[in-house]
Design a protein around this ligand. Sequence first.
Ligand SMILES: Cc1cc2nc3c(=O)[nH]c(=O)nc-3n(C[C@H](O)[C@H](O)[C@H](O)COP(=O)(O)OP(=O)(O)OC[C@H]3O[C@@H](n4cnc5c(N)ncnc54)[C@H](O)[C@@H]3O)c2cc1C
Length: 415
Amino acid sequence: MVDVVVVGAGAAGVGAGQVLAARGVSHVILEASGRIGGRAYTDRASLPGHWDQGGQWFHCADVNPLVPVAAALGWDFEQEPNTAPSLHHLGGRWLTAAEGTAADAALEAGFAAVYAAAAAGREVTVAAVQPDHGPSAAFVRHVFQLMISGDPEGTSALGYGDYEDSDVNLVVTGGMGALIERLAEGLPIRTGKAVVAIAERKGGVRVDLADGGVIDAKAAIVTVSTNVLISGAIRFDAAGSVRDVLDLMQDVPCGAYEKVAFAVDRLPFDQTDAPFLSVQPDGAGRLQSFQVLTGAKPKLIAHVGGSVARDWAALGREARVSEAEAFLVAAFGADVRRRLVGAATTDWQGNPWVRGAYSYAVAGRGGSRRAMWAAGAEGAVRFAGEAFSPRWHSTVHGAWASGREVAEQVALGLR
Ligand SMILES: Cc1cc2nc3c(=O)[nH]c(=O)nc-3n(C[C@H](O)[C@H](O)[C@H](O)COP(=O)(O)OP(=O)(O)OC[C@H]3O[C@@H](n4cnc5c(N)ncnc54)[C@H](O)[C@@H]3O)c2cc1C
């Protein structure tokens, strides 16, 4: 018997565990997979050096509560946002600096329109409020797909507006997943322990594990992704408030976001401080962006979101790599292949313990996240994680802060 069972050892579960440990509350953190970090995962094996398969930016870095924690540990992360211009290759040519600035301005206008609609309480889709972005339309759509992990036409602008963006983003060069692992040191985490059922009972909860184990506790904090919960992988026998949370969650599923990472012996362009490179071979069809990682082991990392990432999931690894490679060839010619010394891909949608990327409010349901958050605010079964962050959904720091906040409330309730 422990006081609290935490389900999942991602950022939220680790944040919850840190608070419970500090408050002297007995607890155990059950993690289905074989590693700590969940969607914060620093891959040290597939390519020279390391790269983050999931979260890797400190978003909202000027107010992000993980930043001072990382700084105190001496963790490596960018100290200033990289404001160098990105590179754009469109329709067979490099855009001029002025054209690149216009693309960035279109993006800003796109986000401003979404926040204006949300501030006005309008329940409209992200796509519906977009101005005409002219030649930058594909670029703006691509970035929205990354930010939402869904498509603009299927996403509520009202729901998106819950995210309080301060627009300061820093790459965690030391590895975001590695940072969460570091924060987890000393916590009572048991990996390879999948929870299959949680039942409220007199005085607390009973938690059933896939291996037949049973743990009784006074409370449970569930931090798994909304897609895992929507899939029914964990059965609940609990009060109406838990059912309300699960019903509302149908409106806040995880979308899709995948990466293809190329290790390069050197970058195939001179402006190596560019944070991103975008390529649209025919000037009208699909556009692909690559994050530029410099340093001793440079990398170009293709990011895809929304329906594009869903389509990529249906392809095998080799086909995903060749698709991404084709965009590099379109920009730099076939010789660029000689620069590529390794390739690796993510598969968040195929990961049974994640089943997608991060949560977004579907069209017409912009209020569901807040309603879900409020519905789950009491009882012996509590929910935390990125989807339950009122200010910073879809992020590592939002997940971590949400785990900490719920753990504080649970610890207080136990006293
Ligand atoms: C490709 C991609 C890029 C991203 N980029 C960024 C970024 O740059 N910056 C940023 O801040 N955020 C980013 N994010 C989002 C961020 O990674 C997540 O919001 C955050 O890591 C989620 O943390 P969590 O603790 O809520 O959930 P998770 O990390 O999913 O943790 C839940 C844990 O529960 C475990 N679990 C699942 N089912 C069970 C079960 N039945 N029993 C026990 N354990 C179970 C899982 O294995 C997992 O470890 C990105 C995400 C993706 C996918």
